[in-house]
Design a protein around this ligand. Sequence first.
Ligand code: ISE
Length: 336
Amino acid sequence: MVKEVLRVGVIGCGAIGKEHIERLINVVAQATVVAVYDYFEEVAQSVATKYQIEACESGEALIARDDVDAVLITSTDDTHAVYVFEALKHEKYIFCEKPLALTAQECQEMMAKEIQIGKRLIQVGFNRRFDIGYREMKQAIRAGEIGEPLLIHSAHRNISQAPGFKTDYAITRVAIHEIDITRWLLDEEYDEVQVLTVKQSRKTTGDWLNPQLVMFKTQSGQRIDVEVQTDGAYAYDIQCQVVGENGTLNLPDPARVLKRTAGQYTYGLTDHWAKRFIDSYDTEFKEWAASVLSDKLVGPSAWDGYVSCVVADRLIQSRKSGNVEKIELVEKAEIY
Ligand code: ISE
């Protein structure tokens, strides 16, 4: 693709869709948005009017446009797969927010299509891989600075959730970030996973389990625990500590002013993922646009989307069965 600016069509103009549209138009120099679609026509129309771009009558019509080089899918989770398959039919580059699909089977079919086409077209929105803190942790692990990593303690805490939140979403929408970032940090696949329920928070505003304790064991025997709080936390707070043979690595919070006042030493935390990870999203889309323009995707792949679906599915099963669940993956194709 010998172009200077990537022309993106966006399917889904909800909260994260709007954030990404603004980012692609005003932050990422190598990309722009030419067309949008949303299930709610008036939502797409208001975004189109704001940026003076076109609103399409369907996702399919948007994907088929000649001036759409790549498709960004930020619609509801249950519609991701339909649009990914449609864009694959047109052999267009795709950025799909997580989860890539609702089932691992659909991810396998997407991989089969990429293999048939002969190259990667899909990138999945695992933005934490672009966060400076996680990147430095990975470099330090690779450089052997803490020796062999043995354990990871993580926490994923949210203040609130949108109406309609369900227990399973704590895995498929929330812990899915830890499913991905942990295997990326450690360069390992999982062997077994488990969910434990713990004493429930009285601050949960709906009818779902909160918190949950999510556990992974990697193939080499490393153990990871993830505290998942989906509601009622004091801030949007993400923690990750890698324990190695020779030391530990701690995920830093984004830089904020350190205040010493009234006998206290404090700094602010954010209240929302969009603010906590704003830099990672910017980097994610800058790198995505550059890699699409050079016709070589390097970010999180359909394989990563597939693994996260398998693991999420097993975690949900574990919560229901009360058992430790085994992870079984298909063979990884060479293009991944
Ligand atoms: C939310 O549902 C998300 O999708 C975000 O990516 C995640 O960081 C957040 O914690 C979830 O609540």
